[in-house]
Design a protein around this ligand. Structure first.
Ligand code: FAD
Ligand code: SF4
Length: 509
């Protein structure tokens, strides 16, 4: 006689936010929860070891907590899945072992995983993931009604709908967006307080580190100096630490990069939001509460922070589901170069790249401007195959899941989708990097020149990119000025730029 299960709720590693306790259809006595660490996620990429420790520790600790509260728990650990069985095979195993009336899933964050769930031929229900402000269908409807799919318009739509930073039907402070105040560069006198909140390794974390170091020993990164939290309480500590110490200047230095300070004033919460230890609504509500109680929090910081979560995060998810499955194949410029080795070992003389990759490999974290304007920008200027870039971004960051990594890489950093939501490629020369960071001060390249032997590679690659991709970009009105400047350059300089670029790109390939 098989054991009977009325309802088997299947949870994946990034679904910690699902409110089991509030769910009326889930009966603690007769229903079961099956925790699955899915092969579809764990073997999709050569995930950073710290990322794996974070994900496994959060998920396993969550299951342990529910077990202590007498929930019926079944658990499929990744290290036991030696055959790399997909979700279908794992569910089949349970269907054979138990008499299961119904399987319940929460819609997964990953397209391939969703396809596999749809193939399961058993009575099943797939619940909407309500941890976001906007569900997939609502985004689709919104997008279909737009002439151009722009984040700013979507953000305003959600601000109005959820009454966020709206007072008496007007925007708080009289504007939707204070971004122009959020681009302050650093100078020698700028002092940015270092972030100082670390979660110490305990025996539980040590055990998980052992699993990762054994079963994922060839993955990128290492597990030393591990310092992510793994409980909802840790995640709350992290966000409160940010509010108290860094929200005030979050806006001002949002786009800045500093060699001795890899986190600046960023919140470092993306990994907690993406696996469900934090919920976006709780974070936004508590940021508003905090600013009400602390009048020294400037509106540009508060609004800027909220726009990242309510605007960008929700928008990016909407784009993923709107455009998959073809989106991952996007390659507007038909680039086919391999990602250079220094994206893994930071052996390069370009100090900006070295610092950004070092942060990444050491901490499984880099902030947005390092990702976009250094690592993404370089990959675009160097004509790297978008698939290679996607693979790299998916594996190195603790917050990386395909739904959020892919549109950021394809759409924002590489313009590989030809402009689904960006109006022009985010390309920049060494001037921008020098303005926003102190990297150039310690670099052997000359940031000021573009045609000399020691010129900054970002400079000649920038112009080379515009020359080589004129067919695709020349008529873009937002690139009028760079193309106008290009037209004024001397023929001899254009030749040197291309020569420098060809030599450099050959050397790094
Ligand atoms: P903060 O700067 O403090 O911002 C607060 C929060 O806003 C973040 O935690 C994040 O949840 C949200 N947010 C801000 N910008 C974005 C954005 N563009 N897309 C989605 N959410 C955003 N973010 C991921 O969560 N996972 C990824 O895999 C990822 N890949 C990226 C790849 C590229 C090429 C680029 C340009 C950006 C990527 N981002 C990704 C977005 C962003 O860089 C990170 O969310 C951010 O750096 C996380 O650090 P933080 O928590 O300190 O962010
Ligand atoms: Fe980067 Fe160029 Fe500055 Fe060196 S000089 S840090 S390569 S931008």
């Amino acid at each position: 006689m098989k054991n009977k299960i009325r309802n088997l709720l299947v949870l994946f590693n990034d679904q910690i936010a699902f409110p089991i306790k509030q769910n009326e259809n889930f009966d603690k006595k007769q229903d079961y929860i099956l925790f699955i660490e899915p092969a579809e996620f764990f073997f999709k990429s050569n995930h950073h070891k710290k990322k794996l420790v974070f994900i496994l520790s959060s998920f396993r600790n969550y299951a342990e907590g529910l077990k202590k509260e007498n929930y019926n728990i079944l658990y499929e650990k990744i290290e036991d899945n030696v055959q790399r069985d997909t979700i279908n095979i794992i569910c089949d195993k349970y269907l054979k072992e138990y008499h299961i009336e119904k399987l319940t899933f929460i819609e997964p964050s990953d397209y391939d995983l969703e396809q596999n769930i749809k193939k399961i031929k058993h009575e099943k229900e797939i619940l909407i993931d309500n941890s976001f402000y906007c569900n997939k269908l609502e985004f689709k409807k919104w997008a279909e009604a737009q002439k151009n799919i722009l984040m700013e318009n979507f953000y305003r739509y959600l601000r109005k709908k959820h009454n966020i930073l709206i007072e008496n039907n007007k925007t708080t402070g009289g504007k939707w967006n204070f971004d122009s105040m959020n681009r302050e560069s650093i100078n020698k006198k700028t002092m940015i307080k270092k972030q100082n909140l670390y979660f110490l390794e305990n025996n539980f974390i040590k055990k998980i580190i052992k699993v990762v170091d054994t079963f994922f020993k060839d993955n990128i990164g290492n597990t030393s100096n591990y310092n992510f939290g793994y409980t909802k309480k840790d995640a709350k500590l992290r966000i409160n630490y940010f509010f108290k110490n860094h929200l005030k200047e979050f806006g001002k230095f949002q786009d800045a990069m500093v060699e001795e300070n890899e986190y600046i004033n960023h919140s470092i919460i993306s990994m907690y939001l993406n696996n469900g230890l934090l919920k976006p609504k709780d974070v936004i509500d508590s940021s508003i509460d905090f600013a009400k109680k602390n009048q020294d929090i400037p509106l540009n910081s508060l609004e800027g922070f909220i726009r990242q979560i309510l605007g960008w995060r929700e928008f990016i998810r909407g784009i993923y589901w709107l455009k998959m499955p073809n989106y991952k194949e996007s390659n507007f410029f038909s680039f086919n170069k391999k990602i250079p080795g220094f994206y893994w070992d930071y052996k390069t003389n370009m100090n900006c790249i070295k610092q950004s990759v070092k942060n990444t490999i050491d901490n499984s974290y880099a902030h947005h401007i390092q990702r976009l304007m250094i690592l993404g920008n370089f990959a675009l200027l160097a004509h790297i195959d978008p698939k290679e870039v996607q693979d790299w971004f998916l594996c190195v960051y603790a917050d990386a899941y395909e739904w959020v990594e892919m549109p950021n890489v394809i759409g924002m950093a590489l313009f590989a989708d030809g402009g689904v939501f960006s109006t022009k490629p985010y390309i920049a020369s060494g001037n921008y990097i020098n303005k926003m960071s102190n990297y150039c001060q310690n670099c052997i390249y000359n940031q000021k020149t573009k045609i000399e032997e020691d010129s900054c590679p970002f400079n000649y690659l920038y112009w080379n990119f515009l020359i080589k991709n004129q067919k695709e970009l020349k008529n873009n009105p937002r690139l009028f000025f760079p193309y106008n400047n290009l037209a004024k350059m001397k023929e001899i300089d254009l030749i040197k730029i291309q020569k420098n670029s060809t030599k450099f790109l050959e050397e790094i390939s």
